[in-house]
Design a binder for this molecule. Structure first.
Ligand code: SF4
Length: 1013
């Protein structure tokens, strides 16, 4: 009897027994240890070395064993790389879809995930050793359309492979099996094979074991379980044992009893999932924590490990985290580990297509295809991965191009970029007032350099139209990568591996796949490249002295002094099982494939928990992403039974011993919550402590409502403010209104000169629309034969509107969008309505003057005597009407409807009307301005504020019966100028909420989004 099946519970010594056996074999004969994956392969090598080493023992997975067998096999078949398999399948799916062979999956066949699913199915079918014909017959008799389409694709895939003499990774197993079958009768194969750590086998693996039983001198297979397999945790392994015994019926069976591990492993190994488990009393080594979110779980877990590493001297490499749904937990783990200074070793491959490097490369290659969109170009230019020196550009140029895009309102298009830069190259004659505005844009030689740089980049990215061979495109892209010097730009962990992965894909893409066309377009090539990146994996060699981060299936072997299992909430661990839509479990059973339902994940959980020698932390999130209660998983409840008293709910804001803080940041945060740092030696905290003290002073001052520089009171700037706003400064109404809206908004926009950058979009913005409508109204009334008659004004409107709209995009600087022609018609209709309504409202009044400036365009400013000083003001009055008695009425057009009531004047956020009415007095008209109102153009309606009826509700004017709008305006101007002079700029959110255009919204501590922002 040379084949032995060793069955025993976790930690019963199966592996050690096998290693003793293999070490006792002849040093010079071939010996193999076959394990399920790379992690276990690394562990096996380490364990073997720790046991004294063994000469001539190869350690690897079934795949490495197949490759070893194939080294001696003859044949002219070429192995397909994984990328080629994916490409082949994609070509076959497209071919089948276009020829109507996929009527039921046609809708999803073009989705990127379809080929991935198909690949998994094909892999499983080959591993289960199912011939295409057999599968087709089963699909036909099962009557499942999905299965029939899958069987068609499976059959085609196998057919094309064989026709072109190719084999895939799974086929290597079949070829290896054939190789084994060819071994002469008798024990002519390897001296000793140990198959360790498996809890299931594919059909192909069972066939290999059957042949090894025949030809190997000694074959030992370990399986988890016990003599009768009645315990719930062993149900998962019953099937594996049954199938192995069916394949090797004469094998000797040896059953081991539970080993003599630590009290913790003994308790988990013998009592977990039992109906009434004897509680494990030694609670301190086991902790169960319910915390709010996965991110908090990650912090708790790493803090717990750090305490053990420092206080109990647990070596960092003897610690592990077992994480279901790694995608969800990875960001929290990475950030907490960086903060706590704990090295992590992720043992999982990452999708190459998700690397930032590949995202940057795809963005660069796609620029011409996407027509040079603004956002993409700026992202590419500011990417740290590219060196644009070959084009005469630097990374800092991205902000210059951003300015250009705003100057020329560029949304996309290389010609648009070039035209915008050309405009900036030309010398500019401009009004003095605009010099500071133009200074913000690159001009002259600088604009020329940017134009040449962009032109050079466009040359690099210029691709021949039409179809080219795969090798052409692949070499073109390789040359681009070299020109951008990617190799010299990468520096972060794993980027070298990612770049190597990209290079491999480009090498693989040199040839078309069997059955596909030999030439393709650039679009198609990029599509193939992108799909290949999405299908390829990127692996960083895990660090040795680090905490291992494992997924449950990777944590079935090894031993750790401190183990954390996260995610014990519903749906995470155990994961939700779903039936395979293509191959239901009933069919899988018939085909000898692993079921998708009833996977008995308890067995896996049992294996994972038994890896903990000394300390075990179990945790779960109790709130979902949307803040709903998250139920505990059934495994959590089982653990509560086994470890009574170990579970605790931890809230992020609960007080904690400062000694448990895992980082300075935590220490400061926790001590702030306690209000004291008495237990901590603050000198050890260095600059962090000083920064903390500074921040706490700021927050305390703001909370007390102190008039400090931490809340916009900058008296220390009074001298500078006098220089910026000298006594002869000419104020605009809008500047004063800005201060009335929020003093800090004034400081940010008018003192610091900041503006919220809004990316250009096709179409006009509110300001451009306002300017256009003002021009149309002014032009219509000015050119109308009878400006007091609406019909005449409307006729004039029709006369001039074509010209105004035609010039508007260039004049006001916007790119018309597809709606522009429709918008013109709509605005004409609205203007007609406004003209008609305005005439009804102004019965008895006649237009007297239009667009009258003061304080600008060479006109003298309005000079107001205020508190012993003269204040100068400027503006443009939209329209002045006069009635039969000679009285004047000021009208201010608005394109919105907000803030046109008396309250807006009371609050000082609308001052135009009274100021303009005062200014009219100095314009030389006969008559007094007694009336005035705002007029909403789109609504064709007057605002509720009427100058003649306004009664101020302002503390300074309380009890003054004769006070009106002019007095209110004076009060506000005096208050505003005094505030500006004294450096009073506290943030004061407007009652309607902060405006969306406030540049401070991103950092302002009083920001209050409302209707306006
Ligand atoms: S965000 Fe609001 S409160 Fe802050 S400065 Fe802007 S408008 Fe004022």
């Amino acid at each position: 009897m040379t084949t032995k099946i060793i069955i025993g519970p976790a930690r019963s010594g199966k592996t050690e027994m096998c290693y003793r056996h293999i070490r006792a074999q002849d040093h010079f004969r071939e010996k193999w240890i076959i394990v399920p994956d790379q992690i276990q392969s690394r562990l096996a090598v380490a364990q073997l070395a720790a046991a004294g080493g063994a000469l001539g023992v190869a350690v690897g997975t079934f795949s490495s064993f197949y490759r070893h067998l194939l080294e001696t096999a003859s044949g002219d078949s070429v192995q397909l790389e994984e990328l080629d398999v994916q490409r082949m399948l994609r070509v076959l799916v497209e071919e089948a879809a276009t020829t109507g062979k996929l009527p039921h999956t046609a809708a999803i066949a073009g989705k990127p995930g379809f080929v991935d699913v198909l690949r998994d199915q094909v892999r499983e079918l080959i591993q289960a050793d199912i011939p295409p014909q057999k599968f087709m017959q089963m699909a036909a008799s099962a009557g499942s359309e999905l299965m029939q389409e899958l069987s068609f694709l499976y059959e085609r895939y196998q057919e094309v492979k064989h026709k072109h003499r190719r084999h895939d990774l799974e086929d290597t197993g079949r070829i290896a099996l054939a190789q084994l079958c060819n071994q002469p009768e008798g024990k002519t194969g390897p001296a000793c094979i140990v198959v360790d750590g498996f809890d299931s086998f594919s059909g192909l693996q069972l066939a290999i074991l059957r042949e090894l039983d025949r030809c190997a001198e000694s074959l030992w297979i370990t399986l988890p379980g016990d003599a009768d397999m009645q315990r719930p945790v062993f149900r998962r392994f019953v099937r594996a044992r049954k199938r192995v015994l069916e394949s090797i019926p004469d094998a000797e069976i040896q059953v081991l009893s539970a080993g003599t591990g630590t009290p913790l492993t003994e308790a988990v190994g013998t009592r977990l999932f039992e109906d009434h488990p004897e509680p494990f009393a030694a609670a301190p080594p086991v902790v169960m924590r319910e915390v709010r979110s996965p991110a908090q779980e990650a912090r708790e877990a790493l803090r717990w490990l750090k305490a053990l590493i420092l206080r109990e001297q647990i070596p960092v490499e003897r610690c592990a985290l077992v994480v279901p749904a790694l995608q969800r937990y990875r960001p929290g783990l990475v950030s907490a580990a960086a903060e706590f200074g704990i090295p992590l070793a992720f043992h999982s491959k990452r999708v190459l297509g998700e690397s930032p490097l590949t995202a940057a490369l795809l963005a660069l290659c796609s620029l011409p295809l996407k027509n040079w969109p603004r956002h993409d170009l700026l992202t590419v230019l500011s990417s740290p991965y590219f060196d644009f020196s070959i084009c005469g550009l630097q990374a800092s140029d991205a902000s210059a191009y951003e300015s250009v895009s705003r100057y020329a309102q560029i949304v996309e298009g290389l010609p648009e970029w070039m035209a915008g830069l050309e405009q900036l190259i030309r010398p500019r004659q401009t009004e003095d007032t605009l010099i500071s505005v133009w200074a913000a844009f690159p001009q002259g030689d600088e604009a020329r350099r940017l134009r040449d740089g962009l032109s050079s980049l466009a040359g690099l990215l210029q691709v021949p139209s039409g179809k080219q061979s795969f090798s052409f495109w692949s070499e073109w892209l390789t040359a681009l990568i070299a020109a951008m010097k990617l190799e010299s730009r990468i520096c972060a962990e794993g980027e070298a591996e990612a770049l190597a992965g990209i290079a491999t894909i480009l090498r693989d893409l040199l040839q078309p796949v069997p059955g596909a066309a030999s030439v393709c377009s650039y679009v198609r090539f990029l599509e193939e490249f992108q799909r290949a990146l999405e299908a390829a994996h990127w692996e960083v060699e895990p660090a040795r002295n680090a905490v291992s981060v494992l997924q449950p299936a990777q944590a079935r072997s090894g031993a750790y002094h401190a183990l954390v299992v996260l995610g014990l909430s519903e749906g995470l661990l155990p994961e939700i099982e779903r039936e395979d839509p293509f191959l239901p479990d009933a069919i899988r059973e018939q085909l000898g494939m692993e079921p998708r339902l009833g996977r008995e994940q308890r067995g896996l959980f049992y294996q994972v928990l038994t890896r903990a020698d000394r300390y075990l932390l179990l945790s779960r999130p109790y709130l979902s992403d949307v803040g709903a209660a998250w139920e505990a998983s059934p495994y959590w409840r089982e653990c509560v039974k086994l470890f009574p008293g170990a579970a605790e709910r931890v809230r992020a804001d609960m007080p904690r011993p400062l000694a448990d803080a895992a980082s300075r940041e935590e220490l400061l945060q926790w001590s702030a919550r306690r209000g004291s740092l008495e237990e901590v030696e603050t000198s050890a905290l260095g600059e962090s402590w000083q920064a903390y003290l500074h921040a706490s002073r700021i927050l305390a001052a703001r909370a007390r409502g102190e008039q400090s520089s931490y809340d916009g009171w900058v008296q220390e700037l009074q001298v500078e403010l006098k220089g910026w706003f000298p006594p002869d400064y000419i104020w605009s109404a809008s500047a004063l209104e800005t201060y009335g809206t929020c003093p800090h908004l004034f400081f940010v926009t008018r003192v610091l000169g900041l503006e919220a950058l809004v990316p250009p979009e096709p179409g006009y913005d509110a300001l451009q629309l306002g300017n256009m409508l003002h021009e149309l109204l002014e032009g219509s009334y000015r050119t109308a034969a009878q400006p007091e008659e609406a019909e005449s004004v409307i006729a004039a409107l029709h006369e001039i509107s074509g010209r105004v709209f035609e010039r508007a995009p260039e004049k006001y600087g916007f790119k018309p969008n597809a709606l522009w022609p429709v918008q013109q018609t709509q605005w004409i209709a609205l203007l007609e309505n406004t003209i008609l309504e305005l005439q009804k409202r102004q019965r008895g009044w006649k237009p007297l003057a239009l667009e009258r400036a003061f304080g600008m365009r060479g006109e003298p400013p309005l000079a107001l005597q205020l508190e012993g000083r003269e204040v100068f003001l400027r503006g443009i009055v939209d329209r002045i009407d006069q009635d039969a008695d000679g009285y004047l009425c000021v009208i201010d057009y608005k394109t919105g409807s907000a803030s046109q009531d008396a309250r807006a004047l009371d609050e000082g956020i609308r001052l135009q009307l009274p100021l303009y009415a005062m200014a009219v007095a100095g314009m030389g008209f006969e008559g007094e301005a007694r009336e005035g109102f705002y007029w909403s153009i789109p609504q064709a309606r007057r605002g509720s504020l009427m100058l003649s009826k306004y009664k101020p509700d302002i503390p300074e004017l309380e009890g003054i019966e004769s006070a009106g709008a002019f007095d209110a305006a004076r009060v506000h101007i005096a208050r505003t100028l005094s505030g500006i002079q004294q450096g009073r700029f506290p943030p004061k959110p407007p009652q309607r909420g902060c405006p969306s255009y406030c540049p401070a919204a991103v950092w302002c501590w009083r920001h209050s989004p409302g209707r306006g922002g």
